[in-house]
Design a protein around this ligand. Structure first.
Ligand code: KIV
Ligand code: NA
Length: 265
């Protein structure tokens, strides 16, 4: 099995085959997801939340994300590894975007990058693609803009649906190889998916996108608290891990671990 390429993803859409993408932030989980044949892994700036414990994705830096990208690339020899460009690392100019993307490809070993925004970042996408960097777009609920969006809510309702489609077409024209649609009405996502030749990757965007993505801690039930409506918990790792740690702590305290079978003569 060789590494997934942008051409493979385009071929999936041509054949009407859906595919799954998952976030990853470290070597161990990346190797599990690669073994499970997840074709695309995203080192999301959601690392801000799930790895670093920030309230939003706004504070996380390139320096914080780069080591995670390296670890995921080492753990996943078959998946396409996409590095998320964090807030402030690409908006200023196409040249800034290229400088950041080059770090993620050269130092990080990623095969592609993702950035948030529509027509306003089309010049960035154009330069990156012309320089040989595959770019995934990201529209709808774009968490780096939380301070202008004014909250984590559904995007693209009513008139905003047409604006979303225009942004998606602008990204495709600029050369993006795929676009994430985050928390948008299903009918809007369906319309965009049909209008584009490149694949859409939905998260809270209904069942008509060409692919799906979730933050792995959400899909595995590792995250605490209430999950958004779009999250399906495919496992309950938080309670599994809690039980394991409780048992370990109790058994050490009670002298039940380690016993002779775990000891050396
Ligand atoms: O950072 C992230 O995890 C993402 C995905 C949810 C698309 O951008
Ligand atoms: Na992100």
């Amino acid at each position: 099995r060789r590494r997934t390429t942008v051409r493979d993803l385009a071929a999936h859409k041509d054949r009407g085959e859906k595919w799954a993408m998952l976030t990853a932030y470290d070597y161990t989980t990346a190797s599990i997801f690669d073994e499970a044949e997840v074709p695309v892994l995203l080192v999301g700036d959601s690392a801000a939340n799930v790895v670093y414990g920030y309230d939003t994705t706004v504070p996380v830096s390139v320096d914080e994300l780069l080591p995670l990208v390296r670890a995921v690339v080492r753990g996943a020899p078959h998946a396409m590894v996409i590095a998320d460009l964090p807030f402030g690392s690409y908006q200023a100019s196409p040249a800034q975007a290229l400088e950041t993307a080059v770090r993620f490809l050269k130092d990080g070993g990623a095969q592609a990058v993702k950035l948030e925004g529509g027509a306003r970042v089309a010049p960035q996408v154009e330069l990156l693609v012309s320089a040989g960097v595959p770019v995934m777009g990201h529209l709808g609920l774009t968490p780096q803009s939380i301070n202008t969006l004014g909250g984590y809510r559904v995007q693209g309702r009513e008139d905003a649906g047409a604006a979303l489609l225009a942004d998606a077409l602008a990204l495709e024209a600029a050369g993006a190889f795929a676009i994430v649609l985050e928390v948008v009405p299903s009918d809007v996502a369906a319309r965009i998916s049909k209008a584009l030749t490149i694949p859409t990757v939905g998260i809270g965007a209904g069942s008509d996108c060409d692919a799906q993505v979730l933050v792995w801690q959400d899909m595995a039930g590792l995250s605490a608290g209430r999950a958004p409506r779009f999250v399906r918990r495919f496992a309950d790792l938080r309670s599994t891990l809690l039980d394991a740690v409780h048992t370990y702590v109790d058994d050490v305290r009670d002298g039940h671990y380690p016993t002779v079978e775990y000891s050396y003569d």
